[in-house]
Design a protein around this ligand. Structure first.
Ligand code: HEC
Length: 206
């Protein structure tokens, strides 16, 4: 037992000596057991880069980039932009999809379901939902090729067809099972536009 503690003490001291020194200056790079990602390929601020012809490392934003929260200067555009950025806090049907404890049927009165609204819904659906639910809504998006358990719901199924609009809106807002909530990335108005487009997909599948 005595030897054990002696050897243990020597081992501890040896380890501390080998790994311990800190704060001193060395000319050689330190021995790295775990390099903690000290060295990685990246572009440091204000440094040049040979990737681009102009040799600049820092790039300008792509033409047309709009920072979040930026207000377009054009007069008359403010209303659209406000609805683009509205992610809801209200407790009415428009914001929740609910009437009291029940999913609401139909669309909120302040919305006009026209061609333009559907086009917006189509665009947003294709960006947000297609990977899982597929272009046609059949649940066979690209994700199903790699990650099939459980499969994304078939949105053109009679089961989903029978759901009130408010329930579809609620599902986009809060997610369901493995489907995450989209209330942080899809604005309230766009969620309703997607609902309208899902209805169009269902009608087209008949
Ligand atoms: C990351 C993959 C994924 C994305 C993206 C996704 N969903 Fe889903 N969705 C699922 C899965 C998985 C289910 C099945 C959840 C369950 O039944 O547990 C589902 C279920 C649903 C359902 C049926 C809910 C129910 O009550 O059975 C609807 C409606 C739906 N999604 C709509 C959408 C819409 C609209 C979008 C785009 C805004 C979207 N989903 C985006 C994976 C996704």
């Amino acid at each position: 037992m005595r030897w054990f503690f002696l050897i243990l003490a020597i081992a501890v001291v040896a380890t501390a000596v080998a790994l311990g020194p800190r704060g001193e200056k060395f000319s050689d790079p330190p021995f790295e057991l775990f390099n903690d990602m000290d060295r990685q390929y990246k572009q440091r601020p204000q440094k040049s880069s040979n990737i681009f012809d102009d040799g600049k490392g820092a790039r300008k934003p792509v033409a047309g980039t709009v920072p979040i929260g930026f207000k377009f200067p054009h007069a008359g555009n403010e209303k659209d932009l406000a609805s683009d950025l509205d992610f809801s806090a209200g407790d009415d049907f428009y914001n929740t999809g609910l009437f009291g404890d029940f999913y609401g049927k139909g669309y909120p009165k302040n919305l006009t379901i026209d061609e333009e609204f559907l086009a917006r819904g189509k665009e947003r659906y294709q960006i947000t939902c297609t990977p899982c639910h597929g272009e046609s809504g059949n649940g066979q998006g690209v994700v199903s090729k790699y990650w099939a358990i459980p499969p994304s719901a078939n949105l053109i199924d009679p089961r989903v067809k029978a759901m009130p609009e408010g329930q579809l809106y609620w599902t986009i807002t809060h997610g369901k099972g493995l489907m995450g909530p989209y209330n942080g990335v899809v604005s309230v108005r766009d969620r309703w536009a997607i609902v309208a487009y899902v209805r169009a997909l269902q009608a087209a599948a008949e």
